[in-house]
Design a protein. Structure first.
Length: 62
């Protein structure tokens, strides 16, 4: 996350990494066990793709 204050990135915790890890784990779970989430195969792929994109986006922000 871009900030006009250069020290903010050094002083605050990188919370983006936590949400990126959670989204990546959720994408993996949906891919491995779509039945546990009551998703059809196409819905599981769409959900996993969306969660993977979210994980990449949050990782880029970190």
């Amino acid at each position: 996350m871009a900030s006009p204050y250069p020290l903010e990135g050094l002083l605050r915790a990188p919370y983006e990494l936590t949400s990126a890890a959670a989204a990546a784990a959720a994408a993996a779970l949906v891919t491995v066990a779509p039945g546990a989430f009551a998703l059809p195969p196409w819905g599981a792929l769409a959900t996993a793709g969306t969660l993977a994109a979210l994980a990449c986006w949050r990782m880029r922000q970190a």
